[in-house]
Ligand binder design. Structure first.
Ligand SMILES: [Zn+2]
Length: 117
């Protein structure tokens, strides 16, 4: 099986594990939203490419979302977590997750600043 076939297989297996949801498990960004975040159009061509002198840079699908793990994970979250792990803040990360789960009312007192579900 070739590399492309393997990527497709990994993709569909990941979607199965994620209940068919094709977005980042952590932030729920879709592949298109991740591309926009990094300044690329949906087809992988950079916005304002000529302006930035990066006409030849094309973002590949495999660069923006990983389907190889338990759940799909986007490149934005990977970079954010890379930074947390580099700072060795594993324990803090665990505490933040615990806060998110158990202290919602304290974190978002009147619900008005609660992010969209
Ligand atoms: Zn993400």
């Amino acid at each position: 099986m070739g590399g492309v076939d393997k990527e497709f297989e990994a993709y569909f297996e990941a979607l199965d594990r994620a209940g068919g949801k094709d977005h980042c498990y952590l932030c729920r960004r879709t592949a298109a939203e991740v591309k926009r975040f990094f300044g690329f159009e949906e087809d992988g061509v950079p916005r304002d490419a000529a302006e930035h002198g990066i006409e030849d840079v094309i973002l590949d699908q495999a660069d923006i979302m990983s389907y190889r793990g338990l759940r799909p994970i986007c490149a934005v979250c990977q970079l954010n977590f890379d930074a947390i792990f580099m700072l060795e803040e594993h324990a803090t990360l665990a505490l933040v997750l615990k806060e998110l789960e158990n202290d919602r009312d304290r974190l978002w007192p009147d619900g008005s600043e609660s992010p969209e579900p």
